[in-house]
Write a protein that binds this ligand. Structure first.
Ligand code: FHN
Length: 413
């Protein structure tokens, strides 16, 4: 689970009575060129009395998720923990005064979920020397201008880098012992400030302080360092092939990452599951975003989807967790995931997306001997036969009542 949550979650994509120009609600400040002193007033009304860390993490665990990532600091510079390096934080600047990250860290430990932090390392709109946003392709902001927002000099950026970015990342590791950092870049302007030396310095800092903490590639999406631990695709990007390094796609339930009161473009649960299965079949992960409200609640449409995913996972999770990608090229009828069994044999999970019940599917090119096949959800056994072109597996007529059914097929190796 990915969470975008902050001061922007109260206005929720609406400013001065109008839908903001940028499609992402968390872009409010830049989208509308809001004077810093005015944007900062949102801290005075940030009081999410409904926030319950345990409920959020239980929802993630119930959906079958294994890790949890939250915007410790997004581009606006506001921090969800009591930072020594910025008083613009939830404890010092809001009426809520609770250490949100601390509460989430405890809930993650309780539910055995791995915690990670999104940290806007390069961009910071609060005037502390991080880069500002002047819009760009795919990131439309209003035509208004505001002379307050000027790109920092190299010296200003360097000061920000050392005394805010690096200092806060060190602080987050020391306070909460995270499993990973998710740094963000998507615009070529990153190269004006984050050099290969900056990248390496940051990765070495993280790896030096924590043996377990991983770093993603969007630290500089243009030229990620070899020392990054995993690749992050661009937003909602689902590749056609896998990679040699571990990788994941972060995606949204609707369109905006932060809660947006006027974003009605919800993806169906079936579509979300297909993204999950598709990435898994290529050896990748899927990190699904929720934008909680300013009160601290998940929207009903988000909960509905998470619980439906959880239901599907409760009977088919074996085909996802701890599996590897497909041993064969993409098949026209669905997707395949796989696992090595303790006895040396292999289990394939056939995700039947475009299959008429009562017909059969071909796994092309496989020469090994089929041992057994059964439907994961119902336990119904089915037949599998080796033919000239590969292995044919029957899709029982009873699959008609199942959503995105999976057949587990054991093969002799
Ligand atoms: O600008 C951000 C955006 O607000 C959001 O955090 C996404 C998540 O991947 N990353 C950037 C855009 O790609």
């Amino acid at each position: 689970m990915f969470i975008h949550w902050g001061l922007y979650s109260n206005p929720a994509g609406v400013w001065e009575g109008k839908k903001i120009t940028h499609e992402y609600s968390e872009w409010l400040q830049a989208s509308e060129w809001i004077p810093r002193s005015e944007y900062r007033k949102l801290a005075e009304i940030f009081n999410p009395v409904e926030f319950d860390a345990d409920k959020w993490i239980a929802e993630a665990a119930n959906a079958g998720m294994k890790y949890f990532l939250i915007t410790a600091k997004h581009h606006d510079g506001f921090c969800l923990w009591p930072s020594k390096f910025s008083a613009y934080n939830v404890v010092d600047a809001t009426p809520f005064k609770r250490d949100i990250l601390g509460e989430l860290a405890a809930a993650c430990r309780k539910h055995d979920i791995k915690l990670g932090f999104y940290y806007s390392h390069w961009m910071d709109w609060d005037g502390t020397g991080g880069d500002v946003c002047l819009g760009g392709e795919g990131y439309p902001i209003s035509k208004k201008q505001n002379p307050e927002y000027v790109r920092p000099t190299q010296e200003e950026f360097q000061n920000y880098w050392e005394h805010k970015s690096l200092a806060q990342i060190r602080e987050l590791i020391e306070l909460y012992d995270p499993w990973f950092f998710w740094f963000d870049s998507w615009d070529t302007k990153i190269k004006d400030y984050v050099t290969p030396a900056h990248q390496d310095q940051l990765i070495e800092l993280v790896h030096g302080l924590s043996k377990k903490c991983l770093v993603n590639s969007r630290i500089n999406f243009l030229e990620p360092s070899e020392k990054c631990d995993f690749l992050s695709m661009m937003d909602n990007h689902f590749p056609e092939a896998g990679f040699s390094k571990p990788w994941e796609t972060s995606g949204t339930l609707n369109h905006s990452w932060g809660y947006h009161a006027l974003d009605y473009t919800w993806k169906s649960t079936e579509q979300l599951l297909k993204f999950l299965i598709g990435n898994t079949s290529l050896g990748g992960n899927y990190q699904l975003n929720v934008g909680p409200t300013g009160e601290g609640k998940f929207q009903p449409a988000a909960i509905k989807r998470l619980r439906e995913i959880g239901c599907w996972m409760s009977v088919n999770g074996e085909s996802i967790h701890g599996t590897q990608g497909s041993p064969v090229e993409k098949v026209p009828w669905g997707r395949i995931t796989s696992r090595s069994l303790p006895d040396g044999n292999t289990r394939l999970y056939l995700h039947l997306w475009e299959v008429s019940p009562g017909t059969a599917v071909l796994i092309p090119g496989l020469k090994c001997k089929p041992l057994a096949a059964k439907v994961l959800e119902s336990g119904q056994t089915t037949t599998a036969e080796a033919g000239q072109d590969g292995i044919w597996v029957s899709a029982p007529r009873e699959l008609a009542g199942l959503v995105l059914p999976v057949i587990a097929l054991d093969l002799q190796q």
